[in-house]
Design a protein around this ligand. Structure first.
Ligand code: ZN
Length: 454
């Protein structure tokens, strides 16, 4: 398992260590000087092993009798003579700054895109990017001047939500590619502190504003990459459509009658006029899907900008009920593409919740845990978590682990029982086994293929 992990990292990111050398130089002084490569790996392993808290580094990895230090030295290509304490990591990340770690995350993604590793997950040539917000940190007392406030009647909570963009695929992939923290700007001197933002009251506004910042970031970091944005109806509005048109991005957005009522009425009218735009199919489990669509809807947004878009309706009937889904998109619809646009574009958006936020909160990565007290250092830990989750997803769906499981006539998940157990086994490998030098050797030849089904 430890060997499969290291080979996976070497295979997908052969230049990772040189990238770490480019991180900002840190001027802080500890009793022992640690190489930045070593400290970044130390932080990434905290999440790869799902230790759950920074303090756990000192207990779970500290034992002079064990080969932990040797294994990490080999991974980072360093010669440290002792393990750091968890506070060293915190100080170090405080000096590196979260922006450099956001860049490191982007670099990891960019490399996968350039080397075509993710090509099999494209939808009609584009990467589907799900956009959604989630609760990240929540405190019972004001934690910093950027907290958003929320009162549930009896208690006030101080929140740090986050808006994420993740590459998603129906097979369960959810790779973080963009992050925007939703927070209060610094209050102007003399501002009444009670005028702070109630998050729930202005949620819509906050997420839309954060989206505009996130989109600018994405375009800057990935200027040429073709994206198809998948988001809920909150983002089905003029500013978002305009931005997608400017950036040459596709979109598949949830279309709700209440969000743009006149446009919805036009859509219903056009559906009646085009009965030939219909496709019906029955799935293996006898669920019946009926697709209807209309092309070339004209929409003028609240700022007077004209858009042309297309809309798709899917009615799904199983033994118990009928459910209706609808989306607006700037991809022209036809008999040939409605099914794939609905399944791999519109509905795959839920992966960001299930495979993204849910796994990061509940399978040991502990997303909602404050790994530091400083606001910028917390963000640094957030990016390390995203990178480690990227590593783990490539390990979990890579052929090395699947070959290992096949020796026992099983799949990785069945063999180890849960994602958390996979991380636990990985920890044991690093703790108890001196990993052989050839595993770290860049001349060793091997192949890894990625599964595109779960
Ligand atoms: Zn705060």
């Amino acid at each position: 398992m430890g060997q499969a992990f290291i080979r996976t990292l070497r295979h997908f990111w052969p230049d990772f260590n040189p990238w770490l050398d480019q991180l900002p130089d840190t001027r802080f002084r500890e009793m022992i000087v640690y190489d930045k490569r070593f400290l970044i790996w130390w932080g990434l392993l905290l999440f790869s092993f799902k230790l759950g808290s920074r303090r756990a580094l000192d207990y779970q990895l500290r034992d002079i009798e064990l080969p932990v230090l040797d294994n990490i030295n080999q991974l980072a290509k360093t010669q440290q003579e002792s393990l750091p304490v968890h506070k060293t990591l915190d100080h170090f990340l405080g000096h590196v700054g979260s922006a450099a770690l956001a860049d490191l995350r982007n670099q990891c993604l960019r490399h996968l895109i350039r080397t075509k590793v993710l090509d099999r997950f494209r939808l009609e040539g584009q990467f589907v990017i799900a956009i959604d917000g989630t609760g990240y940190l929540s405190f019972k007392e004001r934690h910093c001047e950027h907290c958003l406030e929320h009162s549930n009647g009896s208690c006030v909570y101080y929140l740090h939500p986050v808006l994420e963009a993740k590459i998603v695929h129906p097979s369960g992939l959810a790779l973080s590619i963009g992050t925007e923290f939703i927070e209060n700007p610094l209050p102007q001197p003399g501002t009444d502190p009670s005028s702070l933002v109630d998050y729930q009251a202005v949620k819509q506004d906050c997420e839309l504003k954060a989206f505009l910042r996130l989109a600018a970031q994405l375009k800057k970091a990935f200027p040429q990459t073709p994206f198809c944005l998948a988001a809920d109806s909150l983002l089905a509005c003029g500013p978002v459509l305009t931005l997608c048109e400017q950036h040459n991005w596709s979109y598949v957005l949830t279309f709700k009658p209440g969000r743009t009522p006149a446009l919805w009425a036009d859509f219903q009218g056009l559906l009646k006029l085009s009965p030939e735009n219909r496709r019906v199919q029955t799935l293996a489990d006898q669920t019946r899907q009926s697709f209807r669509w209309a092309n070339d809807l004209a929409y003028t947004d609240s700022e007077g900008r004209a858009h042309t878009l297309h809309a798709l309706l899917c009615e799904e009937t199983d033994a118990r009920q009928t459910q209706t889904y609808s989306w607006m998109t700037n991809t022209r619809l036809s008999m040939q593409n409605v099914v794939i646009l609905a399944s791999d574009g519109g509905r795959v958006r839920f992966q960001i919740e299930n495979q993204g936020f849910n796994i990061q909160k509940n399978s040991g990565l502990n997303l909602e845990h404050a790994y530091s007290t400083g606001i910028d250092t917390m963000k640094s830990f957030y990016y390390l978590l995203q990178i480690a989750h990227l590593f783990l997803q490539m390990l979990e769906r890579g052929s090395l682990l699947r070959q290992l499981a096949r020796q026992y006539d099983s799949t990785p998940l069945r063999l180890f029982g849960s994602l958390k157990n996979i991380a636990q086994r990985l920890l044991e490998c690093f703790r108890y086994f001196p990993l052989p030098p050839e595993v770290f050797d860049s001349t060793e030849q091997f192949q890894i293929r990625l599964a595109d089904s779960s």
